[in-house]
Design a binder for this molecule. Structure first.
Ligand code: AHR
Length: 522
């Protein structure tokens, strides 16, 4: 057992043992999870479970788009495996076409007959962008996945007119304007329509290197006189990480401009790496999770910074790029820029992050993990005919039960894991998670971060009573486990029935595991 155990908790109901890392069940540590079902934080916006697809490396070409003539099974050029696996997630919203690519993308390049579309300098290593995948193809992908589109517009090298005409092209009713007629000529009589619009991307960097004040001037021009055919949800470029200064300076200027329409505040936070995508020590495991947990600070700080200028909190946080970002070297294909193999550790990063969003669901209205396929914190890898789901995929599949549910307060009373960064002694919670209620189901997601020790937790349900349910667990024999084309099932979720009755449930959470407990409640 590790040092630092806070208390032993009396176990009131049957204990479920979850298959775990080798040798894990010998060491059991006690903890309590207290659910406050009557303390509702808010409704978890399904868009918190959103995705991001950029024209970069192997995301669009090879990942999503294989082309209608490909031998790879496809639906009008879109990889069929990807669509089939996406449907398992209820994916809610997908962001496109960037990323940094958005601020050099001209949407007119991507409409009309594919063989006539211009070829441009692409994003990757010596890449040509053929523009085969444009507005219509992306909308089809979203429809196949049953997700809403979220477009990122070009501020850095585009014009106000170009942005406004894109909105009109997507949203004008059939036959109403010349852009609507163009859309019809390109195969879509009815509007798409597109509600979510990001006005630029990382405009403090690749999106034009603006100061917050200068970007705010641009933002004002871009969002004034937008075609009002259908409701728009406008998202401005927020800070790099937790740069509160960017937020306050933009907002100060925004107030000067009589508060032009603004609904979402985009924040990007990549928690970086420790060690390597596949190689890390136990200490580096915890250090990585600690970096992921910084998202909690970011959400709190950015919300507080917005409050000064928007006291009623109309503007919500949109964390439209997040994930762990490891050094190059584990790409499945050399052309897949920023492709990295995701392990059980990355799945823990995902679970911890999604739990933070659930717990701050009144502040965070959308989040988009970077990126969907073949890039950074991916859910999938594809290379020609090969396709595999990463451990991250299973986290999103397990956690989808939280979408649209009421997030309720829950307290985790568990020991701290001890680790070292250099000569510094540090600690990190062994159990983290969130809870939500939908109808007669209570879902508690529980991450056991401890590398070697199972944690035996008593879940106290307060006034709520249960008759049992089930538990889904994602773990592996080795904390470095990853799924590859050759070995796709090294880290996949397993569901088992859970016996419990009354107002407590006792569950043993395997070391290095991610769990979603589903309890039928009265
Ligand atoms: O997701 C990869 C890149 O990271 C995006 O293009 C950019 O927005 C961010 O810096």
């Amino acid at each position: 057992m590790p040092a630092g155990i806070v208390r032993a908790v009396a176990v009131a109901a049957s204990i479920v043992s979850i298959p775990a890392c080798a040798g894990a069940q010998e060491a059991k540590v006690a903890a309590a999870i207290n659910i406050k079902a009557d303390q509702v934080i808010g409704t978890i916006n399904p868009d918190i479970y959103g995705h991001f697809t950029e024209h970069i490396g192997g995301v669009v070409y090879d990942g999503i788009w294989v082309g209608p003539d490909s031998k790879v099974p496809n639906i009008n050029g879109i990889r069929k495996d990807l669509v089939d696996w996406m449907k398992r997630l209820d994916p809610s919203v997908i962001r496109w076409p960037g990323g940094c690519f958005a601020d050099r993308y001209h949407w007119m390049d991507g409409i009309g007959p594919r063989d006539k579309r211009p070829k441009r300098y692409g994003r990757g290593t010596d890449v040509t962008e053929p523009n085969y995948f444009g507005t219509h193809e992306f909308i089809e992908f979203c429809r196949l996945c049953d997700a809403e589109p979220y477009f990122a517009a070009n501020v850095g090298s585009g014009t106000v007119e170009e942005f406004q005409s894109w909105v009109e092209y997507c949203n004008a009713p059939a036959g109403r304007t010349t852009y609507a007629e163009m859309r019809e000529a390109n195969g879509s009589k009815e509007p798409f329509p597109v509600k979510f619009w990001g006005v630029g991307n990382e405009n403090w960097g690749c999106g034009g290197n603006y100061t917050p004040e200068d970007y705010c001037v641009e933002y004002r021009k871009f969002v004034t006189w937008l075609p009002g055919y259908s409701p728009l949800h406008l998202i401005a470029c927020g800070p790099n990480g937790n740069d509160v200064n960017w937020t306050k300076r933009f907002m100060r200027k925004w107030v000067d401009y009589s508060r032009v329409p603004l609904d979402g505040w985009s924040c990007h936070y990549y928690c970086g790496t420790t060690g390597h995508a596949l190689e890390y020590t136990n200490d580096q495991w915890y250090e990585m999770l600690e970096k992921a947990y910084f998202m909690d600070t970011l959400v709190r700080d950015q919300w507080e910074a917005l409050k000064e200028f928007d006291p009623n909190h109309h503007i919500k946080l949109v964390i439209d790029e997040w994930g762990a970002w490891h050094p190059a070297g584990t790409e499945f294909h050399p052309a897949h820029l920023f492709e990295q193999i995701g392990t059980l550790r990355d799945a823990q990063v995902a679970a911890i992050t999604l739990d933070i969003f659930n717990k701050h669901c009144e502040k965070v209205e959308m989040a988009n993990v970077a990126q969907l396929i073949n890039n950074i914190h991916s859910l999938f890898h594809a290379d020609g005919p090969k396709f595999v789901a990463t451990p991250n995929f299973y986290v999103f599949e397990m956690y989808k039960v939280h979408q649209g549910a009421q997030s309720v307060k829950c307290e985790f009373d568990a020991p701290l894991a001890q680790f070292k960064v250099g000569s510094d002694n540090k600690t990190f919670p062994t159990l983290l998670g969130s809870a939500s209620i939908k109808g007669k189901k209570l879902h508690i997601s529980v991450v056991n971060t401890h590398v070697t020790d199972a944690i035996e937790a008593t879940i106290n349900l307060g006034s709520v009573k249960t008759k049992g349910g089930k538990i889904t667990t994602l773990t592996a024999k080795d904390i470095h486990a990853a799924n590859t084309f050759e070995k796709p099932n090294e880290c996949v979720s397993v569901t088992s029935p859970l016996k419990a009755s009354g107002s407590t449930a006792a569950i043993t959470f395997a070391p290095a595991s991610i769990n979603v407990v589903e309890l039928d409640v009265e």
